[in-house]
Design a protein around this ligand. Structure first.
Ligand code: GLU
Ligand code: ZN
Length: 327
Protein backbone atom coordinates (compact mmCIF):
# COMPACT_ATOMS: atom_id res chain seq x y z
CA UNK A 1 0.00 0.00 0.00
CA UNK A 2 1.39 3.45 -0.84
CA UNK A 3 2.28 5.55 2.12
CA UNK A 4 -0.31 8.31 2.01
CA UNK A 5 0.57 9.64 5.43
CA UNK A 6 4.07 10.58 4.56
CA UNK A 7 5.49 12.72 7.29
CA UNK A 8 8.61 14.70 6.74
CA UNK A 9 11.24 12.56 8.37
CA UNK A 10 14.48 13.83 9.84
CA UNK A 11 16.23 10.82 8.39
CA UNK A 12 15.52 12.14 4.88
CA UNK A 13 18.33 14.56 5.52
CA UNK A 14 20.66 11.81 6.50
CA UNK A 15 22.78 9.97 3.97
CA UNK A 16 23.30 6.66 5.72
CA UNK A 17 20.67 5.85 8.33
CA UNK A 18 21.01 2.06 8.47
CA UNK A 19 20.51 2.09 12.18
CA UNK A 20 18.71 4.65 14.27
CA UNK A 21 17.78 3.67 17.80
CA UNK A 22 16.12 5.64 20.55
CA UNK A 23 15.40 5.86 24.23
CA UNK A 24 11.93 7.17 25.00
CA UNK A 25 11.46 7.94 28.69
CA UNK A 26 8.25 9.38 30.10
CA UNK A 27 9.16 12.39 32.25
CA UNK A 28 6.75 11.35 34.99
CA UNK A 29 9.64 10.39 37.23
CA UNK A 30 13.42 10.48 37.26
CA UNK A 31 15.50 7.66 35.86
CA UNK A 32 15.69 4.66 38.16
CA UNK A 33 17.68 1.48 37.79
CA UNK A 34 15.19 -0.09 35.35
CA UNK A 35 15.11 2.91 33.05
CA UNK A 36 18.89 3.22 33.17
CA UNK A 37 19.12 -0.41 31.99
CA UNK A 38 16.83 0.38 29.05
CA UNK A 39 18.76 3.54 28.18
CA UNK A 40 22.05 1.64 28.33
CA UNK A 41 20.84 -1.35 26.29
CA UNK A 42 19.37 0.83 23.54
CA UNK A 43 22.54 2.95 23.49
CA UNK A 44 24.87 -0.05 23.31
CA UNK A 45 22.85 -1.78 20.60
CA UNK A 46 22.88 1.43 18.54
CA UNK A 47 26.55 2.21 19.01
CA UNK A 48 27.62 -1.40 18.50
CA UNK A 49 25.98 -1.14 15.07
CA UNK A 50 27.45 2.33 14.41
CA UNK A 51 23.99 3.77 14.61
CA UNK A 52 22.51 6.97 15.86
CA UNK A 53 20.87 7.04 19.27
CA UNK A 54 18.06 9.50 19.85
CA UNK A 55 16.18 10.56 22.95
CA UNK A 56 12.47 11.29 22.87
CA UNK A 57 10.53 12.65 25.84
CA UNK A 58 7.21 10.83 25.91
CA UNK A 59 5.27 13.60 27.59
CA UNK A 60 2.07 13.08 25.60
CA UNK A 61 0.16 12.43 28.81
CA UNK A 62 0.98 15.89 30.11
CA UNK A 63 -0.97 15.76 33.38
CA UNK A 64 1.26 12.90 34.52
CA UNK A 65 4.51 14.69 33.69
CA UNK A 66 6.41 16.57 36.34
CA UNK A 67 8.05 19.78 35.30
CA UNK A 68 11.85 19.67 35.41
CA UNK A 69 11.96 15.87 35.22
CA UNK A 70 13.01 15.98 31.57
CA UNK A 71 16.09 18.04 32.45
CA UNK A 72 16.89 15.72 35.35
CA UNK A 73 16.66 12.70 33.03
CA UNK A 74 18.92 14.32 30.43
CA UNK A 75 21.42 15.31 33.12
CA UNK A 76 21.50 11.72 34.41
CA UNK A 77 22.03 10.34 30.91
CA UNK A 78 24.93 12.74 30.35
CA UNK A 79 26.48 11.90 33.71
CA UNK A 80 26.46 8.27 32.59
CA UNK A 81 28.13 9.11 29.29
CA UNK A 82 24.95 8.32 27.36
CA UNK A 83 25.14 11.18 24.88
CA UNK A 84 22.30 11.28 22.39
CA UNK A 85 22.51 12.35 18.77
CA UNK A 86 20.58 15.34 17.47
CA UNK A 87 17.91 17.22 19.34
CA UNK A 88 15.69 15.73 22.01
CA UNK A 89 12.13 15.45 20.74
CA UNK A 90 9.17 16.31 22.97
CA UNK A 91 5.83 14.71 22.16
CA UNK A 92 4.02 17.64 23.76
CA UNK A 93 5.32 19.82 20.92
CA UNK A 94 4.14 17.50 18.15
CA UNK A 95 0.37 17.92 18.41
CA UNK A 96 -0.12 19.60 15.06
CA UNK A 97 1.79 16.82 13.30
CA UNK A 98 -0.32 14.15 15.05
CA UNK A 99 -3.49 16.03 14.16
CA UNK A 100 -2.50 16.18 10.49
CA UNK A 101 -2.15 12.41 10.39
CA UNK A 102 -5.46 11.93 12.18
CA UNK A 103 -7.13 14.30 9.71
CA UNK A 104 -5.67 12.38 6.77
CA UNK A 105 -6.85 9.09 8.26
CA UNK A 106 -10.37 10.46 8.74
CA UNK A 107 -10.32 11.84 5.22
CA UNK A 108 -9.36 8.45 3.79
CA UNK A 109 -11.94 6.66 5.94
CA UNK A 110 -9.22 4.78 7.72
CA UNK A 111 -10.34 6.32 10.97
CA UNK A 112 -13.76 7.23 12.29
CA UNK A 113 -15.52 8.91 15.18
CA UNK A 114 -16.84 6.67 17.91
CA UNK A 115 -19.36 7.51 20.61
CA UNK A 116 -19.22 4.25 22.54
CA UNK A 117 -18.92 4.58 26.28
CA UNK A 118 -16.85 2.42 28.57
CA UNK A 119 -20.02 0.75 29.75
CA UNK A 120 -21.03 -0.14 26.19
CA UNK A 121 -17.63 -1.69 25.52
CA UNK A 122 -17.92 -3.69 28.72
CA UNK A 123 -21.25 -4.97 27.46
CA UNK A 124 -19.52 -6.01 24.21
CA UNK A 125 -17.37 -8.35 26.32
CA UNK A 126 -14.57 -5.87 26.98
CA UNK A 127 -13.35 -5.72 23.40
CA UNK A 128 -14.66 -3.00 21.10
CA UNK A 129 -16.61 -4.64 18.25
CA UNK A 130 -16.55 -1.96 15.56
CA UNK A 131 -19.97 -0.61 16.52
CA UNK A 132 -19.39 2.90 15.05
CA UNK A 133 -17.33 1.90 11.99
CA UNK A 134 -19.99 2.65 9.43
CA UNK A 135 -22.12 5.13 11.33
CA UNK A 136 -20.54 8.20 9.79
CA UNK A 137 -20.52 10.12 13.08
CA UNK A 138 -19.13 13.64 12.97
CA UNK A 139 -17.83 15.98 15.66
CA UNK A 140 -21.20 17.73 15.57
CA UNK A 141 -22.44 14.68 17.49
CA UNK A 142 -20.44 15.95 20.48
CA UNK A 143 -16.94 15.33 21.78
CA UNK A 144 -16.09 11.92 20.35
CA UNK A 145 -13.17 9.54 20.34
CA UNK A 146 -11.48 8.63 17.06
CA UNK A 147 -10.66 5.03 16.19
CA UNK A 148 -8.34 3.53 13.60
CA UNK A 149 -9.74 0.77 11.39
CA UNK A 150 -7.54 -2.25 11.88
CA UNK A 151 -8.12 -5.06 9.44
CA UNK A 152 -4.67 -6.59 9.52
CA UNK A 153 -4.45 -9.38 12.06
CA UNK A 154 -1.86 -9.30 14.79
CA UNK A 155 1.13 -11.35 13.72
CA UNK A 156 3.92 -13.08 15.59
CA UNK A 157 7.36 -11.55 15.10
CA UNK A 158 11.00 -12.33 15.71
CA UNK A 159 12.41 -10.26 18.52
CA UNK A 160 16.06 -9.28 18.16
CA UNK A 161 16.74 -10.43 21.71
CA UNK A 162 13.91 -12.66 22.92
CA UNK A 163 13.44 -14.63 19.67
CA UNK A 164 10.02 -15.75 18.47
CA UNK A 165 7.14 -13.84 20.05
CA UNK A 166 3.56 -15.00 19.62
CA UNK A 167 0.40 -12.94 19.65
CA UNK A 168 -0.82 -12.29 23.19
CA UNK A 169 -3.94 -14.30 23.90
CA UNK A 170 -5.79 -11.67 25.86
CA UNK A 171 -6.15 -9.52 22.74
CA UNK A 172 -8.12 -12.32 21.12
CA UNK A 173 -10.38 -13.01 24.07
CA UNK A 174 -14.03 -12.26 23.56
CA UNK A 175 -14.02 -12.97 19.83
CA UNK A 176 -15.71 -15.92 18.23
CA UNK A 177 -13.29 -18.44 16.75
CA UNK A 178 -13.83 -17.32 13.16
CA UNK A 179 -13.11 -13.77 14.23
CA UNK A 180 -10.11 -14.67 16.32
CA UNK A 181 -7.72 -12.99 13.91
CA UNK A 182 -9.49 -9.67 14.17
CA UNK A 183 -8.37 -7.07 16.63
CA UNK A 184 -10.25 -4.11 17.90
CA UNK A 185 -10.09 -0.76 16.17
CA UNK A 186 -7.90 1.12 18.61
CA UNK A 187 -8.58 4.62 19.87
CA UNK A 188 -6.09 7.03 18.35
CA UNK A 189 -7.53 10.17 19.88
CA UNK A 190 -9.51 10.06 23.04
CA UNK A 191 -12.74 11.83 23.81
CA UNK A 192 -10.72 14.19 26.04
CA UNK A 193 -8.63 15.07 22.94
CA UNK A 194 -5.49 13.26 24.11
CA UNK A 195 -3.67 11.40 21.32
CA UNK A 196 -3.19 7.78 22.23
CA UNK A 197 0.21 6.42 23.06
CA UNK A 198 -0.18 3.52 20.62
CA UNK A 199 -0.56 5.97 17.76
CA UNK A 200 2.11 8.50 18.65
CA UNK A 201 4.78 5.91 19.42
CA UNK A 202 4.38 4.60 15.87
CA UNK A 203 4.25 8.06 14.28
CA UNK A 204 7.27 9.31 16.20
CA UNK A 205 9.43 6.30 15.45
CA UNK A 206 8.68 6.80 11.75
CA UNK A 207 9.15 10.56 11.92
CA UNK A 208 12.49 10.23 13.67
CA UNK A 209 13.67 7.61 11.19
CA UNK A 210 14.00 4.99 13.93
CA UNK A 211 14.92 1.56 12.57
CA UNK A 212 15.54 -0.40 15.78
CA UNK A 213 13.61 -0.25 19.03
CA UNK A 214 15.27 -1.70 22.11
CA UNK A 215 13.01 -1.44 25.15
CA UNK A 216 11.76 -3.30 28.19
CA UNK A 217 9.80 -6.56 28.06
CA UNK A 218 6.84 -4.82 29.69
CA UNK A 219 6.07 -3.61 26.15
CA UNK A 220 6.61 -6.91 24.34
CA UNK A 221 2.90 -7.83 24.39
CA UNK A 222 1.88 -4.57 22.76
CA UNK A 223 4.51 -4.88 20.02
CA UNK A 224 2.33 -6.96 17.65
CA UNK A 225 -0.19 -4.11 17.88
CA UNK A 226 2.48 -1.48 17.18
CA UNK A 227 3.61 -3.51 14.17
CA UNK A 228 0.01 -3.79 13.02
CA UNK A 229 -0.53 -0.01 13.32
CA UNK A 230 2.69 0.57 11.36
CA UNK A 231 1.42 -1.67 8.62
CA UNK A 232 -2.07 -0.14 8.56
CA UNK A 233 -0.52 3.29 8.07
CA UNK A 234 1.60 1.98 5.20
CA UNK A 235 4.94 2.09 7.01
CA UNK A 236 7.59 -0.58 7.01
CA UNK A 237 7.77 -2.41 10.33
CA UNK A 238 10.78 -1.77 12.54
CA UNK A 239 13.03 -4.21 14.28
CA UNK A 240 12.24 -4.70 17.95
CA UNK A 241 14.37 -6.11 20.73
CA UNK A 242 13.13 -6.46 24.29
CA UNK A 243 15.29 -6.63 27.37
CA UNK A 244 14.39 -7.92 30.84
CA UNK A 245 12.60 -5.50 33.15
CA UNK A 246 13.66 -4.96 36.73
CA UNK A 247 10.89 -5.82 39.16
CA UNK A 248 10.50 -5.73 42.93
CA UNK A 249 8.19 -8.78 42.90
CA UNK A 250 6.60 -10.88 40.14
CA UNK A 251 4.57 -8.60 37.89
CA UNK A 252 5.61 -5.47 39.80
CA UNK A 253 7.99 -3.55 37.63
CA UNK A 254 10.41 -1.18 39.33
CA UNK A 255 8.79 2.22 38.98
CA UNK A 256 8.22 5.48 40.70
CA UNK A 257 5.01 4.06 42.19
CA UNK A 258 7.07 1.22 43.67
CA UNK A 259 9.50 3.67 45.28
CA UNK A 260 12.34 3.17 42.84
CA UNK A 261 15.29 5.29 43.90
CA UNK A 262 16.33 7.98 41.41
CA UNK A 263 19.69 7.13 39.89
CA UNK A 264 22.53 8.81 41.72
CA UNK A 265 24.87 10.54 39.26
CA UNK A 266 27.87 10.48 41.61
CA UNK A 267 28.05 6.68 41.32
CA UNK A 268 27.67 6.57 37.53
CA UNK A 269 30.42 4.00 36.96
CA UNK A 270 28.99 1.62 39.54
CA UNK A 271 25.45 2.10 38.18
CA UNK A 272 26.58 1.22 34.67
CA UNK A 273 28.41 -1.88 35.90
CA UNK A 274 25.28 -2.96 37.81
CA UNK A 275 23.20 -2.42 34.69
CA UNK A 276 25.62 -4.47 32.57
CA UNK A 277 25.54 -7.29 35.13
CA UNK A 278 21.75 -7.17 35.12
CA UNK A 279 21.73 -7.54 31.34
CA UNK A 280 24.04 -10.57 31.55
CA UNK A 281 27.49 -9.07 31.00
CA UNK A 282 28.74 -10.28 34.36
CA UNK A 283 32.40 -10.34 33.33
CA UNK A 284 32.64 -6.53 33.51
CA UNK A 285 34.57 -5.43 36.60
CA UNK A 286 34.29 -1.89 37.90
CA UNK A 287 37.94 -1.76 39.00
CA UNK A 288 39.11 -2.16 35.39
CA UNK A 289 37.73 1.27 34.46
CA UNK A 290 38.47 4.78 35.61
CA UNK A 291 35.75 6.62 33.70
CA UNK A 292 32.27 6.08 32.33
CA UNK A 293 33.59 6.76 28.83
CA UNK A 294 36.21 4.00 29.00
CA UNK A 295 33.60 1.60 30.39
CA UNK A 296 31.09 2.53 27.70
CA UNK A 297 33.48 2.11 24.81
CA UNK A 298 34.42 -1.32 26.18
CA UNK A 299 30.73 -2.21 26.58
CA UNK A 300 29.95 -1.06 23.03
CA UNK A 301 32.40 -3.61 21.63
CA UNK A 302 31.31 -6.29 24.10
CA UNK A 303 27.59 -5.87 23.33
CA UNK A 304 26.00 -9.02 21.97
CA UNK A 305 22.24 -9.52 21.72
CA UNK A 306 22.70 -13.27 22.19
CA UNK A 307 24.28 -12.70 25.58
CA UNK A 308 21.44 -10.62 26.98
CA UNK A 309 19.50 -12.52 29.66
CA UNK A 310 16.33 -13.95 28.14
CA UNK A 311 14.15 -13.75 31.25
CA UNK A 312 11.41 -11.14 30.74
CA UNK A 313 11.54 -10.02 34.34
CA UNK A 314 14.31 -10.04 36.94
CA UNK A 315 13.57 -9.43 40.59
CA UNK A 316 16.10 -6.97 41.99
CA UNK A 317 17.23 -7.27 45.60
CA UNK A 318 15.42 -5.22 48.18
CA UNK A 319 18.56 -4.47 50.20
CA UNK A 320 20.37 -2.84 47.28
CA UNK A 321 19.83 0.90 47.77
CA UNK A 322 20.43 1.51 44.08
CA UNK A 323 17.15 -0.14 43.25
CA UNK A 324 14.42 0.96 45.58
CA UNK A 325 13.65 2.02 49.07
CA UNK A 326 11.12 0.52 51.42
CA UNK A 327 8.47 3.14 52.15
N1 GLU B 1 7.74 5.86 27.26
C1 GLU B 1 7.69 4.46 27.48
C2 GLU B 1 8.09 4.17 28.90
O1 GLU B 1 8.74 4.99 29.53
C3 GLU B 1 8.63 3.69 26.55
C4 GLU B 1 8.02 3.45 25.25
C5 GLU B 1 8.89 2.77 24.22
O2 GLU B 1 10.10 2.59 24.45
O3 GLU B 1 8.37 2.45 23.15
O4 GLU B 1 7.74 3.10 29.40
ZN1 ZN C 1 -18.33 3.38 18.90
Amino acid sequence: MPNIFNQHSESDLDSNPKYTGRFAPSPSGQLHFGSLVTALASYLDAKHHNGKWLVRMEDIDEPRCISGTDTAILHTLEAHGLQWDGEVMYQSKQHSRYQEVVNALLHHQQAYYCSCTRRMIKAMGGTYNGHCRDKGLTPSNGQLAIRLKLDTPLAPFTDLIMGEVGVPHQKLAGHRVEEAHRIEDITIKRRDQLFSYNLVVVLDDVFQGVTHVIRGCDLIDVTPLHRCVHQSLGYQPLEYGHIPVAAIAPGRKLSKQNHATPIECTTALKNLVNALHFLGFTEVKQQDFNSVDSLLSFAVSLWNRKKVVKTPEIIVPRHESTYYSVP
